[in-house]
Design a protein around this ligand. Structure first.
Ligand SMILES: Cc1ncc(COP(=O)(O)O)c(C=O)c1O
Ligand SMILES: [Zn+2]
Length: 394
């Protein structure tokens, strides 16, 4: 029903590979005309496994009831920016607090299918939290490599509490990924970074859920780090159209942090691949990545959907994080890059007034309490006295 195909040379690869012999990225391809679709886009019972007929597993999934995340409307901002409909899909409300759970439910299920007893990843934080949680559920050993001192507190706490072996390296995410790939090869451990094409299959359900709830929007805007999620969501919309459940495609709009923006630079130059960046830096540590492994897939998604890539400053990210918070949506900095991008693009006149736009909020506010405290300031402390409190009411 499906095979693992190289996006460069088109060769079919064994299911347990992460890259083709030619070095190309792999992609799961379904024979869509043979798949028996057993769900309807009726806005009901949304969750990852509603779409099982389009997910490449052969066994009962390892699930923590991921997906089915809420889609909120920002009506005040719609008026302010003069955009017809602005939605935010809050992926921070998944079990571990980020969209990674959609990928991990599929990835960890595959690890069991392949009879692996250990999984591993390099991570800017959320992948490790999610992997640790799903590995715990499945009874698998989990190994995590992090850039030491550059991962938000909540994520490290999650990875540790769910029982992963957490190792900080003196280096950045790109170094960690290079090392963990070799370690997995040598030790027979199953790699669960987004170079693993099965993870992206789970993440494509973000597209299915959006189409399920509101149909196909004009644009989907999301942060780009390792560039897996934008590729996955594009694939999800493409499949729905190929099956005939929808007949449109949204523009895929990727947003990077200025200090970590190789995909933005490649897009500006009309290139199909990136030039890796040596020292990525941004307050949005989740997307502090200089050599995104899925860049080619992401750029392909952007060009094919007639979308674009933009970069935003840390200040714009924090300001968007605060706007989301004032609308009742608590996200971590990287997640706010999508709204920061929308605001910037709208001011540049790059978003049509009658557009319906969906911003993906990728991770929860609680992931990074330290940055929140830094940008909001500490709470006031006063004596335990009613008058003192009365005096503080504004
Ligand atoms: C909160 C958050 N947003 C965005 C991203 C970027 O996603 P991708 O690496 O799929 O581009 C990540 C990746 O770690 C993340 O944790
Ligand atoms: Zn190939």
């Amino acid at each position: 029903m499906y095979s693992l195909v190289c996006i460069e040379c088109g060769r079919e690869n064994d299911e347990t590979r992460y890259n083709c012999e030619c070095g190309g990225l792999l992609e799961v391809r379904f024979k869509l005309d043979e798949v028996e679709i057993d769900f309807k886009l009726d806005g009901r019972d949304m969750r990852v496994w509603k779409y099982r007929s389009l997910l490449p597993v052969r066994s009962d999934p390892v699930t923590l009831k991921e997906g089915g995340t809420p889609l909120y409307r920002l009506d005040r901002l719609e008026k302010e920016l003069g955009i017809r409909k602005i939605y935010v899909k809050h992926e921070g409300l998944n079990p571990s607090g980020s969209f990674k759970d959609r990928g991990m439910t599929v990835g960890v299920t595959k690890a069991l299918e392949f009879k692996k007893n250990a999984v591993a990843c390099a991570s800017t934080g959320n992948t490790s939290a999610s992997m640790a949680m799903y590995a715990a559920k499945a009874g698998l050993k989990a190994y995590v490599l992090l850039p030491a001192g550059k991962v938000a507190l909540g994520k490290v706490a999650q990875a540790l509490m769910h029982g992963a072996e957490v190792i900080g390296i003196r280096g950045n995410f790109d170094d960690a990924l290079r090392i963990v790939r070799e370690v997995c090869d040598r030790a027979g451990i199953y790699l669960l970074n987004s170079v693993n094409p099965f993870r992206l299959e789970g993440q494509k359900t973000i597209a299915y859920e959006i189409a399920d709830e509101i149909g196909v929007p004009d644009a989907v805007i999301l942060p780009i780090g390792n560039a897996g999620n934008i590729s996955a969501i594009f694939k999800g919309f493409e499949e729905l159209r190929e099956i005939g459940l929808t007949d449109e495609m949204p523009k895929m709009i990727g947003i990077q942090a200025e200090g970590a923006s190789p995909v933005f630079k490649a897009f500006k130059e009309g290139k199909e691949d990136i030039k890796p960046l040596g020292n990525p830096e941004t307050i949005a540590t989740a997307i502090r990545i200089g050599n995104p492994v899925n860049a080619k897939k992401a750029l392909r998604a952007v060009y094919r959907s007639r979308g674009l890539v933009e970069a935003v400053s840390d200040q714009e990210i924090i300001s968007a994080q605060k706007i989301l918070a004032k609308n009742g949506i608590g996200v971590e900095p990287a997640s706010a890059a999508s709204l920061a991008g929308l605001i910037k693009l709208s001011k540049m006149g790059a978003i049509e007034g009658d557009a319906t736009v969906v911003c993906i909020a990728t991770g929860n506010l609680l992931k990074d309490p330290e940055t929140a405290m830094k940008v909001c300031g500490e709470p006031k402390i006063v004596d335990a006295d009613v008058e003192k409190i009365m005096a503080l009411l504004t």
